[in-house]
Write a protein that binds this ligand. Structure first.
Ligand SMILES: [Zn+2]
Length: 482
């Protein structure tokens, strides 16, 4: 799928507002999202039907050129086929006119993207985890969402309403001033609007193309290294030597007592059972809603805290250095998974990435195997081993005693200084660089695969051999710039 490219000097941004729809509008919202799902399922069925047909024909021994044709899955092709099917197919009879055509378009576009991802993943053109064949979306589990790209999409001048095609004018829960001001000044162009049901509430997100506003950072020349952790959410060391700590709010941990209580109440009441077709009791519904409220509050508190942290960091420093953490791998550790997920490491990284871009500063990611914890921030000595329970770093070479996380943050900040001053660029042998160390085992649970890092296969390599192997590696090589 082609991604929308903004014109030079412009960025694509989203403005998201909670909605307060009336009962009738809520019904219409649900209907649109259901229509999107129906169109998606139709497209998945329509395309895969030709695959199964071909498969069956092959087993009869029909030669290749006489097999049923592959059905195309591009969006225009799906739209064309769907526009014929909606009149002919009995499952759309009598109701498809009730929703905006954009609802069906949403489903078809999602299906086209799903088939595209599957094909690319299969041909090895897509990075990351293998993508499976598109499957049908369940009415019970599917996320309610629908996207409008054409028609009457407006933010009303009163600042409390939005207008969407077919759905009409819907009241917004919070003032829309931020977007409305830009609309009235003529600095934004609305590209699309997406409605979405999330945590019991409806939201609308406007995707807009807007002129890039560079917010000047307050200390452009200063770099900061951020070491993320579970005990202390973030330890930030800047290049002037100042160290700041952001405590881990642990929202989920704090709510766990409440949650246990709420869950106990839920489990004592009569819940739904799909096998026997038993419906949930009113008391169960009530208790379940109360439990969900606790979860929603935790999620809201977390989102708020993370945004405040990342906004503050990207408003202050010219360069931000973070570790390239293998969060997915860390989440496989069942002793740490809950706390890591609660801290939201990956979300911090995502927000830092787009906020630094927006503010005209830059973000640098240290290589996944950069030994930030094991390197001495005083003399550059690298320890071979530093177990997780050792919270204080004691250097054997220079005698430095420093908190483990402070040390790691300082090393990251030092890494930024190397990039900022221009020394240590690949090939510059003058820079004093900590050698990448193989024996580093932090909170990660997965070992690097042979493919991931050639030249360091298996655990048999001795530290001194490793140094000669990677001796030319400088700090800058351990960095990725966005
Ligand atoms: Zn030292």
């Amino acid at each position: 799928m082609k991604k929308f490219q903004p014109q030079p000097g412009f960025v694509v941004q989203a403005f998201r507002f909670a909605l307060d729809p009336s009962a009738g509008q809520e019904q219409a919202l649900r209907s649109h999202c259901g229509a999107a799902r129906a169109a998606y399922n139709w497209a998945v069925g329509w395309v895969t039907a030709s695959w199964w047909q071909r498969h069956a024909e092959e087993t009869y021994g029909i030669p290749e050129p006489e097999l049923t044709d592959w059905r195309p899955w591009s969006l225009p092709a799906l739209r064309k086929a769907f526009n014929e099917a909606k009149h002919a197919d009995p499952r759309f009879a009598g109701w498809w006119e009730e929703n905006s055509k954009e609802a069906y378009s949403t489903g078809l576009a999602n299906a086209a993207a799903a088939f595209d991802n599957y094909a690319k993943s299969k041909n090895g053109k897509r990075k990351g985890k293998r993508v499976g064949m598109p499957r049908f979306k369940s009415k019970r589990k599917a996320r309610l969402a629908c996207r409008f790209t054409t028609g009457a999409i407006r933010v009303e001048a009163d600042g409390r309403h939005v207008t969407l095609p077919r759905l009409g004018t819907i009241r917004v829960h919070e003032p829309t001033v931020k977007l409305l001001g830009r609309v009235q000044a003529g600095t934004v162009r609305i590209l699309s609007a997406t409605v979405r049901h999330e945590r019991g509430r409806w939201f609308v997100a406007f995707q807009v193309e807007t002129a890039r506003e560079i917010h000047r950072v307050t200390r452009p020349g200063i770099a900061v290294g951020i070491d993320l952790g579970v005990k202390t959410l973030a330890v930030m060391a800047d290049s002037t030597g100042e160290i700041r700590e952001v405590p881990n709010p642990g929202h989920l941990d704090r709510a766990l007592k409440l949650l246990r209580r709420a869950s106990r109440t839920v489990s004592r009441r009569q819940g739904p059972d799909r096998r026997t077709g038993r419906k949930a009791s009113k008391r169960w519904e009530k208790a379940n809603a109360a439990r969900n409220r606790v979860h929603h509050r935790v999620a809201n508190l977390r989102a708020d805290a993370l945004h405040k942290l990342t906004t503050a960091v990207t408003a202050e420093y010219g360069t931000v250095v973070v570790e390239d953490l293998n969060v997915a791998g860390m989440l496989r550790n069942r002793r740490l998974a809950r706390r890591i997920a609660d801290a939201g490491f990956a979300e911090i990284r995502r927000q830092l990435t787009y906020k630094t871009k927006r503010n005209g500063c830059r973000i640098v990611a240290a290589d996944r195997w950069f030994p930030s914890s094991k390197t001495c921030s005083g003399c550059g000595e690298v320890k071979a081993k530093l177990p997780l329970h050792v919270r204080t770093y004691e250097c054997d070479a220079c005698g430095l005693v420093i908190d483990r996380d402070d040390n790691a943050a300082r090393n990251l900040a030092a890494l930024a200084a190397v990039v900022a001053t221009g020394t240590g660029v690949a090939g510059d042998q003058g820079a004093k660089a900590p050698k990448p160390c193989g024996a580093d085992q932090k909170t990660r649970t997965t070992r690097p695969s042979r493919k991931a890092r050639a030249g360091r296969a298996g655990g048999t390599t001795q530290p001194h051999q490793r140094q000669t192997e990677t001796g030319d590696r400088t700090q800058a090589e351990a960095l990725t710039l966005w």
